[in-house]
Write a protein that binds this ligand. Structure first.
Ligand code: GLU
Length: 427
């Protein structure tokens, strides 16, 4: 039988435990989720019929603070995936020192098949179903794959209606007018950019000599491609779910983003003012994009993209994981043997949840920050934690992934031990 995603996620914990002294109690506490909820969400469709969707919310661990993590709307969402994502959130929040535990939620649905009203009813229905399981001091949802600020707005409105008071801090990633934080939408991409900028001198690389391929052109993939392109990296390939475009000379990412936002279509273009022309390019599949001979490969789509089946075909020197879980543990081993360095998701994509934390702080204090304040604090955190994880990797001669887990595990085990361990009770 093939391994579940959660079995794979747990392998990372096992790898890290070998490099750090932590109590048996801590290991035991981290092996399973604190609480898992599966709900049926009845939704009245526009044609009058009733459809029931399956929803999930897993609170993995809250020893460092209320649990935190996004909600995804995707046909393949299931309990195994949500549990794994909640596990990753636990380690992500600890890796960048946020006072949060980890959680995740999702609904098995293809949101593109729903009308806007159906999507709103589903979003509100999900919150009705999990309302007793969440809250600003308990569990705080946010956007994830195929959810956004509009959906978070409906959700926080529904939650506030249930509670009969405004509860902005119960959900992050909201629209600005409902208490969202400036800078939240761009935060995951920007955080990843700060991380790679910190790593570049350590890797002795120059931006203009560095080629990049980005798989996935959603909110986060487009943001990192644009940030890297503006900073002078040569972004040679990008793709969305339907396929990719490639140009050896480099693509004009700001033009592609502009074209996509104004026409909703994905094309290799060069735009001057509002006039866009298609430029010379090759088309390629998502699989081909992953196998390109580039310096940095950025998987920014879904999990399980680089597996034992294609890891030996990867030609990139470095992999910057913006998606959650794009490289499987079996692929990790092959890549490591081949000298390909992976910069792990729990560090690289932590910018989103970091600014979610800033949003929660602003909601609770009622005092709102400027974009400069948000981005400065994000940068400070990403640079500090990237350097710390790099040092752990160098000192212990382990991969950046294992170092990130070791770093997070040390913080998690301190929190677990502070509540009393076996040796404490044996005295
Ligand atoms: N969904 C994002 C993640 O995977 C953000 C979570 C959050 O802001 O709570 O990190």
């Amino acid at each position: 039988m093939s391994e579940s995603l959660f079995d794979q996620a747990s392998e990372r914990l096992a790898d890290a435990i070998a490099h750090v002294h932590i109590s048996e109690d801590a290991i035991e506490r981290l092996k399973s989720p604190k609480a898992s909820l599966q709900v049926s969400i009845p939704v009245r469709m526009d044609n009058g019929t009733l459809k029931v969707f399956q929803g999930y919310r897993v609170r993995y661990n809250d020893l460092r603070g209320p649990t935190k993590g996004g909600i995804r709307f995707h046909p393949k969402v299931n309990m195994d995936e949500v549990t794994s994502l909640a596990f990753w959130m636990t380690f992500k929040c600890a890796a960048v020192n946020l006072p949060f535990g980890g959680a995740k939620g999702g609904v098995a649905v293809d949101p593109k098949q729903l009308s806007k009203f159906e999507l709103e009813r589903l979003s509100r229905g999900y919150i009705d179903a999990i309302a007793d399981f969440m809250g600003a001091d308990v569990d705080i949802p946010a956007p994830d794959v195929q959810t956004n600020a509009t959906i978070m707005g409906w959700m926080v409105d529904e939650y506030s209606t249930i509670q009969r008071k405004l509860c902005p801090a119960a959900i992050t990633g909201k629209p600005l007018t409902m208490g969202g934080s400036i800078g939240r939408e761009a935060a995951t991409g920007l955080g990843a950019f700060f991380a790679i900028e910190t790593l570049m001198p350590l890797l002795k690389m120059e931006r203009s000599q560095t080629t990049v391929a980005v798989q996935g052109f959603g909110n986060v993939g487009a943001a990192i491609a644009e940030a890297m392109s503006k900073a002078g990296y040569r972004v040679v390939a990008v793709s969305d779910s339907k396929g990719g475009i490639y140009s050896k000379k480099g693509l004009d990412i700001p033009s592609i983003v502009h074209y996509k936002n104004s026409t909703r279509s994905f094309q290799a273009v060069y735009c001057q003012d509002s006039v866009c022309n298609i430029v010379e390019h090759d088309t390629l599949s998502n699989e081909e994009l992953l196998e390109l001979d580039v310096d940095i490969l950025v998987p920014a789509a879904l999990e399980n993209q680089i597996t034992e089946h294609n890891a030996h075909k990867i030609r990139a020197k470095y992999i910057l994981e913006i998606a959650n879980g794009p490289v499987t543990p079996a692929a990790d081993k092959i890549l490591e043997r081949r000298g390909i360095m992976v910069f792990p998701d729990i560090l690289i994509n932590a910018g989103g949840v970091t600014v979610s934390y800033f949003e929660w702080v602003q909601n609770r204090s009622g005092f709102y920050w400027t974009l400069e304040e948000v981005n400065d604090r994000l940068k400070q955190s990403m640079v500090t934690e990237t350097l710390r994880i790099w040092e752990v990797a160098q000192q212990k001669q382990i991969s950046m992934r294992t170092a990130a887990y070791v770093h997070a595990l040390t913080r998690l085990s301190d929190a677990i031990d502070a509540k009393g361990t076996r040796s404490y009770y044996a005295q």
